[in-house]
Write a protein that binds this ligand. Structure first.
Ligand SMILES: *[C@@H]1O[C@H](CO)[C@@H](O)[C@H](O)[C@H]1NC(C)=O
Length: 169
């Protein structure tokens, strides 16, 4: 009886099929955000607005696409910039060889090349140095333009003023 192995093989093939295709953000397939979660990352390391992504599950290489580049401020005074295409390699608790994500440190824009989850902390590496943040900072995706400042006022474009922690309500 050679049928059973063939059935199993084709079942496995079907099961793996979606991961090797480019996936639109709004179909029934997992979104880039739920995919991040399946690798044990919080969704908040990716801003809202991913329109498509692709992932090679054998290597972990991915591309994520926004309609446009995306800037906002995060956790106090850090400013972040995401290009319209982000690439890198994903594995559990680990994003490596990232390109397309920059953070402004003092007067310099530095590439974030690695993001690691270490327990309840997220470690962002710019190569020469790294910074850790509590995972609670990343439970929600920031919005391009206003980051987390726009939760109560969607239409307001407030890029600055994160330091003041003034509620707009
Ligand atoms: C991206 O652009 C397309 C086409 O212009 C538009 O339909 C879609 O709503 C945009 N998506 C986002 C998240 O801005």
């Amino acid at each position: 009886m050679s049928r059973v192995p063939i059935l199993i093989a084709s079942f496995l093939f079907l099961f793996q099929l979606p991961s090797s295709f480019a996936v639109a953000g709004e179909s029934d397939s997992p979104t880039a955000y739920s995919l991040l979660q399946s690798y044990n990352f919080p969704v908040g390391i990716l801003p809202k607005g991913v329109v498509a992504y692709d992932l090679d599950t054998s290597t972990g290489k991915f591309h994520a696409y926004f309609n446009d580049s995306c800037s906002f401020s995060l956790v106090g005074s850090y400013q972040l910039n995401y290009k319209s295409t982000i690439t890198g390699y994903i594995s559990e608790n680990k994003l490596t060889k990232l390109s397309g994500i920059k953070v402004k440190v003092l007067f310099l824009w530095l590439n974030i090349v690695e993001v690691m989850r270490k327990g309840d902390e997220m470690e962002f590496s710019v190569g020469i140095t790294s910074a850790n943040f509590a995972i609670q900072e990343f439970l929600e995706s920031p919005q391009c333009g206003c980051g987390f400042e726009c939760k109560d006022s969607d239409s307001k474009l407030e890029m600055f003023g994160r330091n003041s922690f003034v509620s707009s309500s």
